[in-house]
Design a protein around this ligand. Structure first.
Ligand SMILES: [Zn+2]
Ligand SMILES: [Zn+2]
Length: 423
């Protein structure tokens, strides 16, 4: 069965998250978006883990479902009735922020961890509790290297996994310009084979990552890193497999022949990617001077802001090019692909000429969802003629343009999001 999975979100116990980052609202928005597998996020946090335990139960296939279907009221309930039943399940997940020193150098990196049962998650949690404080933040900061976390995860269960998070983010990632590492091998020496997937993050896409031959052996996954339920699915993974934790991870491992698999894996079809130019750190630039430069332009400027002379914030594209050993991305038969999409709410806001958080946009969004069943169906599957017939030519054209990847984006830089240039 083909399904979508978003494997990186945060609970309301993480900093900078909304009050509505609850299991119920994640479930709700998973139905609205059309995401069958949604991460729990933050299982290391004692209170959030308590809620998971209290409200969810194991489905016998490595995922969790509600003991009792959550109830919503009023408008929310009516709206949920209009979504297609896709059997939403939770995947136990957490993110650890490592900040540690080694050989006089400070490293910062985020790691995603996954567990197939509540018991395994609890055992990992207890081991990490011995190391640092898990209750101050849903994404705890620990003085552990990623290898030490990996060891804890893998020793607890052979079905528990670690995936390096958003590997290009400047400050907190494997390849980030300021995080301390330059190569995967430095970070995971001795344990390279235990890692089979990397999360590309919102500012990079598989095409950029495939400029590095050293990444060929990894499956490239994408997630939303949502801090609020309505943001899930900005990026997501597409699988064709049985809806089981074991099959899903086996599908990710299949790309990487060095990893052991159990039985028949399904297929990792690929990812949904936001246009990487939309990310906050795509180009180089200096925000306070409104200066945005391509990697080539930045190099010609000597890495300095042409207005004020201070050093530019290097974007992800430049960092990728710096480490890349290819000019064009490798495309290989049989490797997972990806499609570029924008959230439906962004498209509606473009057409209506109003902000994404306005009432008009929300009403239009609701009518799209209740008409077609969920957002991913609209972005990926629904016949454009149906969209034209029911919502007008402008919408059909815009969605068609997006599906053909003909949208042009003004790239984001130094903390400023990118923008769509044409409609
Ligand atoms: Zn992170
Ligand atoms: Zn400047």
């Amino acid at each position: 069965m083909k399904f979508y999975a978003d494997l990186h979100v945060h609970s309301r116990y993480s900093i900078a998250t909304g009050k509505n980052a609850t299991l119920e609202w994640y479930y709700y928005w998973a139905r609205v978006k059309g995401i069958s597998i949604i991460a729990t996020g933050d299982f290391t946090h004692p209170q959030w883990f308590g809620e998971i335990n209290e409200k969810l139960k194991e489905d016998g296939r490595g995922f969790l479902v509600f003991k009792e279907e959550p109830a919503f009221e009023g408008e929310a309930e009516t709206w949920l009735q209009g979504t297609r039943e896709i059997g939403v399940r939770f995947c136990l997940s957490s993110e650890i922020s490592s900040i540690y020193s080694e050989g006089g150098k400070t490293y910062r990196i985020h790691s995603l961890i996954y567990a197939p049962t509540i018991e395994v998650a609890e055992r990992i949690r207890r081991k990490l509790e011995d190391v640092g404080n898990l209750s101050s933040d849903g994404r705890p900061i620990l003085k552990l290297s990623p290898v030490e976390i990996l060891r804890i995860v893998r020793e607890t269960s052979e079905d528990a996994y670690l995936i390096p998070a958003h590997v290009w983010t400047p400050w907190f990632s494997l390849f980030g310009a300021r995080s301390g590492y330059d190569s995967f091998e430095v970070a995971f020496r001795g344990y390279e084979d235990e890692i089979f997937a990397l999360e590309t993050g919102l500012s990079s896409d598989p095409a950029m990552n495939r400029l590095l031959s050293s990444l060929d052996r990894f499956t490239l996954v994408s997630n939303s890193d949502a801090h609020s339920p309505s943001k899930i699915g900005r990026e997501a993974n597409i699988f064709d497999s049985d809806v089981s934790y074991y099959e899903m991870f086996d599908a990710m491992k299949k790309h990487n022949n060095s990893s052991k698999m159990k039985g028949s894996a399904g297929t990792f079809i690929g990812t949904i990617e936001i246009f990487p130019e939309m990310g906050k750190y795509h180009f180089d630039g200096h925000r306070s001077c409104n200066v945005s430069l391509s990697p080539e332009e930045a190099e010609r400027a000597g890495g300095r802001c042409p207005v004020c002379g201070r050093s530019l914030t290097m974007g992800v594209l430049h960092r990728v090019k710096e480490l890349a050993d290819r000019d064009t991305p490798l495309s290989r038969e049989g490797t997972a692909g990806f499609v570029r999409r924008l959230p439906l709410v962004t498209l509606i806001s473009l057409v209506e000429g109003r902000g994404e958080n306005t009432k008009g946009v929300r009403i239009k969004y609701e009518s799209f969802i209740s008409f077609f069943g969920n957002e991913f169906d609209i972005l990926n599957e629904v016949d454009l003629r149906d969209i034209e017939r029911n919502f007008g030519e402008v919408y059909a054209k815009l969605i068609g343009k997006m599906r053909k990847e003909e949208l042009k984006v003004v790239p984001g830089y130094d903390g400023i999001y990118g923008k769509i240039r044409n409609m």
